[in-house]
Design a protein around this ligand. Sequence first.
Ligand code: SAJ
Length: 429
Amino acid sequence: MLEKMIEERTAEIAVIGLGYIGLPTAIMFANAGFRVIGYEIREKVVEKINSGKAHIIEPEIDKLLRKAIKSGNLRATSNPKEIREKDVYIICVQTPLKEDKTPNLSYLESAVETVAKAMKKGSLIIIESTVPPLTTVKMAELIEAITGLKPGEDFYMVHAPERVMPGRIFKELIYNSRIFGGITPKSAELAEKLYRSFVKGQTLKTNSTVSEVVKLMENTFRDVNIALANEFAFLAHQYGINVFEAIELANTHPRVKIHVPGIGVGGHCLPKDPHLLVWPAKEDFGLIKLAREINDSMPLFTKDLLFEALRTINLPPEEAVVVILGLAYKGNSDDPRNSPAFAFMDAINEKVKEVRTYDPFVKGTHESIEEAVKGADAIVIATDHTAFKSLNWEELGKLMRNRILIDGRHTVEDPPKGFIFKGLGRGEY
Ligand code: SAJ
């Protein structure tokens, strides 16, 4: 029954949460021919989407959204009545951490409750959110408790982790391989068939706990490798060498792929997922924990570079005006979540005279870079936006009181003339 409706693309889909993952996913299914209703509690976001405009910055999204809306296959709503009795529910809500670094699953639980009250017998429930191991099974039990429907018999459930990189979401939604972790093999088969409506990458099936762990392993692998690269940066300062030159040379080795050191690891995933991975586990996992600590220490290391530079011009920090270039967690993104720029700002806030910010993608910063650096003493690059790679330092320098440049994102290859330059990982300066 559901299998046939998926083949004929007549299955009706509800996507719960229209953020960086939910909206692109809803668009893909709508443009693949399915009727999709996007459920989002933020009414302003719903209005904007139904007018054919996305509330997030992502290449191609506005064009593909307009196509989906125009086709009549996609509509957004905040009214839970409009998602009743759908064949498929895809949950794409955030799973942040609490202050104590334990998972906050309240968004997920309320999404699952909303689905349980709306679903029908035979529905397929797919969780795309990144969750601690064993969560999907627990959510199936929650649905059974609310509906009395038996998991795997009366409804299907799958964990299908999103794996896309902001900035190339639509390409990766099509060409990345996808993993479908079912609470039953049948559940995984149905989800695989559904996503093959637009996924051209490999599709792989397993059980829900394996797919939960796989997702967390992927981001933990990256976080640990970034921590190693950051430790190499510390060493480079001790040996007076350029770590980026050394990494480039080391990466010519067939089995070496060193990541990029920098001011820190931000975003909604890497700073959080290692904690989700080890949370249900009984004992401590030293390497994973240490890597988090090293990456969380990078904004402080960058502060030390700044204070070192201020000392060279005998300017007490409390008299210094500092400009942070970039608040987004990574280049050409508008997403400031867990950005290391904020940890850096917290580290200097009480210690310097004034902190100013400029980011062409993030609202609430100075209108222009010229306005931000006027009369300032130091500039700290915190985000590798492409726009920061071709700045006219000579002109900017003329506006400043002192000319200190701290590069926390290896954005400036050759230090600009007349500036005191310190680059994270650039031990030769
Ligand atoms: N970063 C470094 N050095 C590096 C790579 C990244 O300092 O070598 C920093 C970035 O500047 C940023 C943070 O790490 O602050 C995370 O950026 P990212 O580009 O590594 O990752 P995200 O968060 O944009 O996307 C990751 C991806 N995971 C992997 O590549 C394993 C993406 O595929 C996931 O789908 C995404 O997390 C997610 O949503 O889980």
